[in-house]
Design a protein. Structure first.
Length: 192
């Protein structure tokens, strides 16, 4: 029987927090988000960072939907629980869809000095270890420090300034890799 106890593992990379969260999303919501991710309209327009070749497939979540979407609201609550002394505002939410042959590049979601946070959710219902697709987190010297497997329903909450790169599926994988990225601006200390 699979372990269903919520687990949150905290790491620090170059002094920046990263939390890998398992079993924190309701199983029914995991299925709903996976089903929805397969139906979105993806456009190849996303770049990991300026000046690199290749475009990744992305489906934007309209800004007016972010504050009212129950799933995104639950992700924001998770961020607020992990960073209880800060306030956050919505920046952007979108779903990436990658397949074997795509390419992502090392990047930050925020400037190195910013305290912004990204919630990254793995939206596939199935993922085999041989399929690759890990998200690799690097220190400021560009050395890999943490590899996160895209397990179904897994949530990673990290400072946007942590260097990282999403890996695409391996040749053995005939599935798309879906990740939902929800970026939040840190507004600083919460009122006392």
């Amino acid at each position: 029987m699979p372990d269903t106890e919520p687990k949150i593992r905290k790491s620090l990379i170059s002094g920046r927090e990263i939390f890998v969260c398992d079993n924190v999303i309701d199983p029914m919501m995991v299925k709903q988000v996976a089903t929805l991710a397969r139906t979105l309209h993806y456009l190849r327009k996303e770049k990991s960072r300026p000046g690199v070749p290749g475009l990744a497939a992305v489906a934007e979540i309209p800004a007016e939907r972010i504050a009212v979407d129950p799933f995104l609201c639950s992700l924001k609550q998770a961020v607020e629980r992990l960073f209880p002394d800060e306030r956050f505002s919505d920046q952007r939410a979108y779903v990436n869809c990658s397949v074997y042959g795509d390419s992502y590049y090392l990047h930050r979601d925020a400037a190195a000095h910013d305290q912004h946070v990204t919630a990254l959710y793995y939206a596939n219902l199935e993922w085999q270890p041989d399929w690759g697709g890990e998200t690799i987190y690097y220190n400021d010297d560009e050395d890999a420090e943490l590899a996160v497997t895209p397990r179904p329903g897994r949530l990673v909450i990290a400072r946007g300034a942590v260097l990282h790169r999403g890996n695409v599926p391996s040749r053995q994988c005939y599935e798309e890799r879906y990740t939902l990225a929800y970026k939040l601006n840190s507004l600083g200390a919460a009122p006392a």
